[in-house]
Design a protein. Structure first.
Length: 355
């Protein structure tokens, strides 16, 4: 098997953001831009061009403005213009710069404050995801890049009702996202072992509901929870075509034992993920599972007598408390059904010092 012998990446990112206010601070404007130079490559023992050396420029300019149309109704408008090199391959097989990829995406939103506690939001966003260097130029034993793929484009609409009080917060959101020019891996004919190549493949629509809430039950005990349901459909009409679970939920309690000591416990639930029908049943099925975690934070300032100088915190994190054994669909080659998705019960510790 080839193994990694050299991976290099040199990136330079420059970004400038400006925040402006006008009309007695009612009109808020954000203007900015960024430029990124990216150079890199990967070499393996038996494959010197696992990721062909690349050098590309990515740039964008963006802006956003918000203004209260009424005392309780605010309008937000914004957009981003992007420009980046999308290297193309000529019919003669020669790599050249080709034409850069450019585009404009926008966003709009309305926020209506019904009263001091209730409100509503209606948001529309456009976005894009440029192909990564690996998706453009990978040459591994498993995956091949494709210089001709186009960026993914996303249109999302959210409608939300929210409630905010001193000790309680809650919101319910309905969302719909359409992704076009999906970047996926497709089998390369007549390759043994089977190889995959990145290509654009149609579109997909995601719809769902999300509920979030948190509350301070007592002076020292607080609660937080969320639930998300999503379903999706590909452009060809296939339902639940992705390997994402349909149901996700999280619930947790946090208790302040003392001013210095805090203990939190969270349970995260995922319903069974979808498995490729053509995959071989090698491992246990991808079933629904719970992941229970406990985190403890202890401030050492008082103990060390340095609270007036700096903050020192010790954190103890216990993941997968129940030592659940769960599996997730193998999404790389999609040849076998699942792979292990958890190392079992894990313990982590950290000491953080704020200077």
């Amino acid at each position: 098997m080839p193994y990694l012998t050299d991976l290099y990446e040199d990136n330079i990112l420059l970004e400038q953001t400006n925040y402006l206010t006008f009309l007695d601070d009612k009109l808020n404007i954000t203007l900015g831009g960024l430029i990124a130079w990216e150079d890199g490559g990967v070499k393996q023992q038996s494959n010197p061009n696992t990721l062909e050396p690349y050098s590309q420029l990515r740039a964008s300019i963006y802006g956003e403005a918000s203004y209260p149309l009424l005392d309780d109704l605010e309008l937000t408008l914004g957009g981003q213009y992007h420009h980046y090199e999308n290297l193309k391959q000529t019919p003669e097989g020669i790599w050249d710069d080709g034409e850069p990829t450019t585009g404009l995406v926008g966003r709009a939103g309305l926020v209506y404050q019904i009263n001091s506690e209730f409100g509503a939001k209606l948001l529309y966003n456009q976005a894009y995801r440029a192909p990564s260097a690996g998706e453009l130029g990978a040459q591994s034993a498993v995956v091949l890049g494709n210089r001709n793929i186009e960026p993914e484009q996303v249109d999302t609409m959210d409608a939300q009702l929210f409630y905010h009080a001193d000790d309680y917060q809650a919101s319910i959101t309905a969302f719909r996202s359409e992704v076009r020019n999906l970047i996926v891996r497709v089998p390369v004919p007549n390759t043994d072992p089977q190889r995959l190549q990145y290509n654009n493949a149609g579109s997909a629509t995601f719809e769902g509901l999300e509920f979030e809430a948190d509350a301070r039950l007592t002076e020292r005990l607080s609660w937080k929870g969320s639930y998300t349901f999503q379903t999706n459909k590909k452009g060809d009409g296939q339902n639940n075509a992705t390997q994402m679970p349909n149901h996700m939920a999280k619930i947790g309690l946090s208790f302040d034992v003392t001013p210095e000591l805090q203990i939190s416990a969270f349970d995260t639930y995922f319903s069974a993920a979808k498995v490729m029908p053509s995959a071989m049943a090698v491992n246990p099925a991808a079933e629904d599972y719970h992941n229970l975690s406990i985190q403890t934070n202890y401030s050492l300032d008082k103990l060390l007598g340095i609270s007036h100088v700096k903050q020192v915190t010790f954190s103890f994190y216990l993941d997968n408390v129940l030592d659940e054994k769960f599996y997730y669909p193998e999404f790389n080659r999609k040849v076998i059904n699942t792979i292990p998705a958890s190392p079992g019960r894990s313990v982590y510790g950290e000491i953080a010092i704020n200077f």
